[in-house]
Design a protein around this ligand. Sequence first.
Ligand code: HEM
Ligand code: HEM
Ligand code: SF4
Ligand code: SF4
Length: 439
Amino acid sequence: MAKHKTPLLDQLESGPWPSFVSDIKQEAAARAKNEKGVQYQVAVDCPDDLLGVLEMSFTDGETHWKHGGIVGVFGYGGGVIGRYCDQPQMFPGVAHFHTVRVAQPNGKWYSTEFLRSLMDIWDLRGSGLTNLHGATGDIVLLGTSTPQLEEIFWELTHNLNVDLGGSGSNLRTPASCMGMSRCQYACYDAQELCYNLTQEYQDELHRPAFPYKFKFKFDGCPNGCVAAIARSDLGFLGTFKDPIKINQEAVAAYVGGEIAPNAGAHAGRDWGKFDIQKEVVDLCPSKCISYEGGKLIMDHKECVRCMHCINTMPQALRIGDDRGVSIFCGAKAPILDGPQMGSLLVPFVEVNKDDDYQAIKDIVEAVWDWWMEEGKNRERIGETMKRLGFAALAEAAGVPIDARQVQEPRHNPYIFWKAEDVEGGWERDLAEFRKRHQR
Ligand code: HEM
Ligand code: HEM
Ligand code: SF4
Ligand code: SF4
């Protein structure tokens, strides 16, 4: 028997999509039964009270969480998002309802053994509810009390060998696409680079030292499966410099209808017979492909590596062998001064595991040195870039100015010069001028 009446939420149990309401009810019922005899460390009916407070919010159209909440574990300045219900008498099970961010493996590959052990900890010391995963990437353990935080942290680190994720004005939890683990488009080992930088910058992740938050994301190629260009202050996108590899026999097989275009992604609808001219050649943004006499020809110097042709004929076209990453800077959500996607800072840099990715770390650290000094309080690096100029960022990062860093040149003539670049500098004598020009 449910603790609270939830007529509005009950409506969300119908329909084909997996219902979060049914799932929470299931967890509430399992805790009430307690077949394993767990000595629950937070209220047994915590999930019931969560449904109760949520139903109340559905009824009156307002949130019932108090403002803010500052909790955590010793040694760290972030990792836990504190939260308190504003109706604690009515819903004591969620009077404290803190969220714990737990560092996830890249590509989010798990063994059932790990997940079971994690859930054993969470059943005992938390609500039994989670978010798999937070938008930044973390495993999110949803709802526990303050006294349980150090207990959970002890068990995570000592028994599971896993750390907390990031929160606050620091490096947040980095994330990558699945990369080489199961994608033939991956231009570098995105998971490995993500893991390496996460370990390298643990201090920056656990103890806030920045003007504001900062995120890394790693896409293996420009398709952007982890959306690095939209959701990270420094986004890493794999690419390659040499020609796309063409298998002409496989091209013929696509043209002959033996292989479905886009690996069958549009099979749900009849788009007619595959037309290589219409679906590949004419759609190339660089117009650098032609198909003549049964042969696909590419002018690779004009190719912008948009991935369209490769995505359409994955069995015929392959990424090149001279691979690396492009680095984009400044993506952010609208607050304060408007949304930004990453701007191309470094067109191409090698991904060299043998020297521990030094070339990439040099850029990361130079960018941080600049922003940590120059960034205003709660100013994302994208905003610092707007305020002080892209050139200032590039100079600080030690990155040469390159035509590829602009979509188009400026059209206004408000151009600043450095005094040393102007003959005679800025110190001028008005009397000298007046000798030649009367007032
Ligand atoms: C051939 C005639 C003129 C030209 C080519 C001219 C050009 C300009 C330019 C380029 C600016 C912008 C400067 C900047 O933003 O850095 C400016 C600003 C201004 N001009 Fe003129 N102007 C002319 C005549 C006038 C006249 C006749 C007046 C007033 C009666 C005037 C009043 C102003 C004012 C108030 C500003 C704004 C100053 C500021 O924003 O600090 N201008 N003018
Ligand atoms: C009490 C009278 C006036 C006041 C308080 C006033 C105030 C201002 C202010 C605050 C600006 C903006 C400056 C900036 O944003 O940089 C401005 C711009 C300007 N005003 Fe006036 N103004 C007055 C009268 C006039 C008159 C009479 C003229 C022309 C005959 C004029 C022409 C301009 C021009 C051309 C600009 C520049 C616009 C631009 O930079 O794009 N103003 N004025
Ligand atoms: S971003 Fe590219 S490499 Fe990574 S999973 Fe997506 S398609 Fe594959
Ligand atoms: S990757 Fe894009 S730009 Fe390059 S040849 Fe293919 S479609 Fe054209």
